[in-house]
Ligand binder design. Structure first.
Ligand SMILES: [Zn+2]
Length: 303
């Protein structure tokens, strides 16, 4: 039913207008049929409003398909949201606000930026399961743009931010990943990252840095002995770091420190759904449904 359109023409057929998008939201929010959020009654009728609204037959509560969701209160058409989510979910490297602005033909850059921030917010699943099993962990530094200038190699006044990464190893290759900004490479910072990202009982493979010596609830296998380069013993976390850096340069011409964690979340979201863009699209709109609507101020002040 919700198979993802594989091309723009397919998107046009699947979501031709506001009504089709509203119907999709209705089925996503109440897959087993509408239930009144106030009284639990299943019987309701549809009101002829601009945006699809149901009225409970028992208590007369009126519920818009977008009420209580990330889309609520937006002046943009539902179809603009859907197209933005589709572009972000299916585009291999994602989109900058500037690209989205042009692609959607929006009136202002600010509305494109805000739309993208709301979609990014939906990328973090608060109930996501921690990584488990065999997990490579390491840390790196990402260059960021100090001012409005793009990052250029060798520029001394560009800053660097520390990032911790973890990659599940599934057989020969990587499973899911996590990336997080850390303040330093101390045992406290790395311990907190591991505790948040990795399930108890897992096995952590590290480069033997002292910061990993006191990990709790996980088995620790320091693997670097003497001069062995870290990328040989931790191949996947190093490949993820390299991809993230290339992505940051390619899509954003370098990251700004203020929103770095949000960018990392986007990279992680994309990586973890790399084999299933349909799930990414569902998540961008479907998961957004469970979040409280975010105001401009909330988005700007966060992180
Ligand atoms: Zn009711």
């Amino acid at each position: 039913m919700t198979e993802l359109p594989r091309s723009l023409p397919e998107f046009e057929v699947r979501f031709p207008d506001e009504a089709a998008c509203a119907r999709w939201l209705l089925e996503k929010r109440w897959p087993d049929g509408f239930r009144c959020p106030a009284c639990g009654q299943a019987e309701a009728w549809e009101l002829g409003r601009e945006r699809l609204t149901l009225q409970c037959a028992a208590c007369e509560r009126q519920v818009s398909v977008t009420a209580g969701t990330a889309l609520h209160g937006s002046h943009l058409p539902l179809r603009t949201w859907f197209l933005a989510a589709w572009l972000v979910a299916t585009h291999k490297n994602g989109m900058s606000a500037r690209q989205l602005w042009r692609q959607l033909g929006l009136g202002s850059y600010k509305s494109a930026w805000l739309l993208l921030r709301k979609l990014r917010r939906a990328m973090v699943d608060p109930e996501r399961e921690p990584l488990a099993g065999l997990v490579e962990v390491d840390e790196t530094s990402l260059p960021f743009r100090a001012g409005g200038e793009p990052v250029r190699p060798g520029r001394s006044h560009d800053g660097k931010l520390l990032v911790a990464g973890a990659v599940e190893i599934k057989g020969e290759g990587p499973g899911r990943i996590r990336l997080a900004v850390i303040g330093d490479c101390s045992a406290v910072a790395l311990g907190a990252f591991v505790a948040a990202a990795i399930a108890a009982g897992s096995t952590v493979v590290s480069d033997g840095w002292p910061g990993y010596k006191k990990l709790k609830d996980v088995k620790h296998e320091p693997t670097v002995v003497g001069e062995t380069p870290a990328h040989l013993v931790l191949p996947w976390v190093h490949r993820v770091f390299a991809n993230a850096k290339r992505w940051a340069l390619g899509v954003y011409h370098g990251l700004r420190p203020k929103h770095l964690q949000a960018y990392l979340d986007e990279f992680v979201f994309r990586f973890n759904r790399r084999h299933n863009p349909a799930a990414a699209f569902d998540r961008l709109l479907g998961l957004g449904l469970t979040l409280e609507p975010a105001t401009y101020q909330m988005l700007v002040c966060r992180s």
